[in-house]
Design a protein around this ligand. Structure first.
Ligand SMILES: Cc1cc2nc3c(=O)[nH]c(=O)nc-3n(C[C@H](O)[C@H](O)[C@H](O)COP(=O)(O)O)c2cc1C
Length: 207
């Protein structure tokens, strides 16, 4: 039933509505050592959509708020700048994950999955996460530091996604092979927003 909400979230005329994500199920998952044993990159995906509950758990695992009193996240970030935003490209459009509210804010009703990478599977896999560093949140750091720390912070988020995927039996691969200028244009990013990596998530292709 909840899975249908993603499909039903389009307003007439192609405009998207925000998606309130269900609370993450923080009691589940496989034991850590078994999950680490299964962690891998997979590049063959089924086109089936992820249920909303799975998307909710995935995004919370990635960089959700795990300490509401401080607003701190499942992934560490240098000086707690929390500069990495996760954009979620799906068939119905592009959304921005808002961790504090645990919801998806619509960005555009266009399907830009094909532009999130250079490999064919990105166009048909159900979810492509695009990690975007907002340099305006990084204060007066040098550009070299902004690039270094935002790359590090992305790595932690990406590994959270790898571990969640391994735990859930999902397929995922993180990708640096991205035409960043073209994707930034498709996403209408500001000049101080910098795409670090992208990551595809879905069910593994059925053999
Ligand atoms: C920073 C980074 C960028 C990557 N970029 C790509 C990519 O563009 N395309 C791809 O298919 N795999 C990409 N990968 C996945 C690696 O190829 C993969 O992690 C490596 O082959 C080891 O395989 P494993 O993840 O299954 O251990 C990337 C991995 C990292 C850490």
């Amino acid at each position: 039933m909840l899975a249908l909400l993603v499909v039903a979230s389009a307003r007439p005329g192609g405009e998207l509505k925000p998606i309130a994500l269900p609370a993450a199920d923080t009691g589940g998952g496989r034991p850590l050592m078994q999950t680490l044993k299964e962690r891998r990159s997979t590049r063959e995906f089924d086109a089936r959509k992820l249920p909303l509950e799975t998307l909710s758990n995935l995004l919370w695992a990635a960089e959700g708020v795990n300490r509401p009193d401080s607003g701190k996240r499942t992934a560490p970030s240098a000086s707690n700048r929390q500069e990495i935003d996760i954009y979620v490209a799906m068939a119905e459009g592009l959304y921005l994950y808002q961790a504090a509210a645990h919801r998806l804010e619509p960005v555009s009703a266009e399907d830009i999955r094909a532009q999130t990478g250079t490999q064919a599977y990105v166009a048909t896999a159900p979810v492509n996460l695009v990690y975007v560093a907002d340099f305006s949140r990084m204060g007066t750091q040098s550009m070299e530091d902004k690039i270094f720390y935002s790359a590090c912070d992305t790595g932690f988020i990406s590994q959270n996604v790898y571990l969640f995927s391994a735990s859930e039996g999902l397929a995922t691969v993180v990708r640096g092979s991205v035409d960043r200028p073209a994707l930034a244009k498709a996403m209408k990013l500001r000049p101080d927003q910098h795409i670090t990596l992208a990551q595809t998530v879905g069910y593994p292709a059925q053999k």
